[in-house]
Design a binder for this molecule. Structure first.
Ligand code: ZN
Length: 405
């Protein structure tokens, strides 16, 4: 699976989507150690890619590699959870995701395992625990439990939600996430789909509380991204200075315009509901929530199209959960159906790189950028449906061929 670093790799004759805004075109590429090069000369290995498509390494801006079960993960052993987390990471890379922003669950500890070479995995930007209000989307306690906090989830390996109230507790929660290696902060500011007792429309946290999180994150040179399905909570976060939004699935035109004016980025998440809807029983989704899923599906597409038409910057996130996270690239396929393949690819590469603040190194195919590439058999300019419906043929991360036939 893993290969020795080649000093020079030549890629010949592929159709290249470089995510710079340029139309797909036929080009040769040269990889020198870990970067894309302009030079010529002999290569240690040449891949003949006639009839293939080369794309920048995919970035999933909304992952949860440590959120393994919707219910009852607290009863799993730490060893079991670690095994699944590592497999989720390995498989993400194998599907072409060279970078993940994890939006809740794992902390900087997992990163150390990747950096130590213990597992093959994407570059990871962890968030630690998601900030959640009492009784809100991330309050996982049984309704009448007297426990003061959420159930523990495996000895610090995976910790999903931090319950907090008031600006002081919010600040403390933010500081704790950075202490454990978070690179950004995730916060729930509206209800969610698979939780009961907090309707989707309900705003969560006050402007004052959200502002405390945003200010504190900025002090750490970082930012807050908020889970927001509906208008009121989203607008509160916007007022509090937040410029990074997840889902935005049921919003009106006024909210969409406010997002556009503020220069915010929205990460639509389409892949997860496809999976939940395909086998709700396996996910333990109660029957009475199925209609909600259906409604969400329609509303998400309406909101996404509206945001795209208004020119709002769109990232891309699969929001996969569970122990089988092999369908991450479905997000690109599903977004392509709404906004076209080239836009969907740019969302999952260049825009996500900008969002993660790493666009100086990854996100496009340009000389000097890191050699993170995904290569599909077939020409996506002629047959866009190959992206996200079949596994890639090659995956290259920092100039290393991670996957090959
Ligand atoms: Zn999520």
């Amino acid at each position: 699976m893993e290969e020795q670093l080649m000093s020079v790799i030549g890629l010949r004759g592929a159709t290249v989507f470089d995510s710079t805004g340029r139309d797909p075109h036929r080009a040769d590429l040269r990889l020198h150690d870990d970067v894309i090069d302009t030079g010529s000369g002999p290569a240690d290995e040449v891949l003949d890619l006639d009839g293939h498509t080369v794309l920048p390494g995919f970035i999933d801006a909304h992952a949860h590699v440590g959120l393994l079960s919707l219910y009852g993960q607290a009863s799993w052993s730490a060893a079991e959870q670690a095994g699944y987390v590592f497999r989720n990471l390995r498989e993400s890379l194998d599907q072409g995701f060279t970078t993940l922003r994890d939006l809740g669950g794992i902390d900087g500890g997992v990163l150390k395992a990747i950096k130590a070479g213990l597992i093959n995995g994407p570059r990871v930007h962890p968030s630690g625990q998601i900030l959640s209000q009492i009784g809100g989307h991330g309050d996982m306690r049984p309704k009448f439990s007297d426990e003061p906090d959420n159930p523990g989830l495996g000895g610090g390996l995976v910790r999903n939600h931090a319950l907090c109230t008031g600006p002081d507790q919010v600040r403390a929660a933010v500081r704790n996430q950075f202490r454990r290696g978070a690179t950004q902060i995730k916060m729930f500011v509206t209800g969610g789909v698979l939780s009961e007792g907090d309707p989707l429309e309900s705003p969560q946290f006050t402007v004052e509380e959200i502002r405390a999180a945003q200010d504190e994150a900025q002090s750490h040179g970082s930012y807050v991204t908020v889970h927001a399905h509906t208008d009121t909570g989203l607008l509160r976060a916007l007022e509090a200075g937040v410029r990074s939004f997840e889902h935005a699935s049921m919003i009106d035109e006024e909210t969409a315009s406010a997002l556009q004016r503020s220069g915010s980025t929205v990460v639509p998440t389409l892949a997860v509901d496809e999976i939940l809807a395909s086998d709700p029983a396996a996910w333990g989704v109660p029957d009475h929530l199925l209609d909600d899923l259906d409604h969400l599906h329609t509303e998400q597409r309406r909101s996404l199209t509206m945001l795209h038409d208004l020119g709002v910057s769109l990232g891309s996130g699969a929001d996969l959960i569970g122990t089988e996270q092999r369908t991450r690239a479905r997000q690109i396929y599903l977004m392509a159906k709404e906004i076209g393949l080239a836009n969907a690819i740019e969302s999952a590469t260049r825009v996500n790189a900008e969002l993660l603040r790493i666009s100086d190194r990854v996100g496009t195919i340009e000389p000097g950028k890191l050699a993170d590439l995904v290569i599909y058999e077939g020409d996506a300019a002629e047959d866009p449906e190959i992206i996200g419906t079949r596994p890639p043929k090659y995956v290259i991360q920092s100039g290393r061929i991670i996957r090959r036939p």
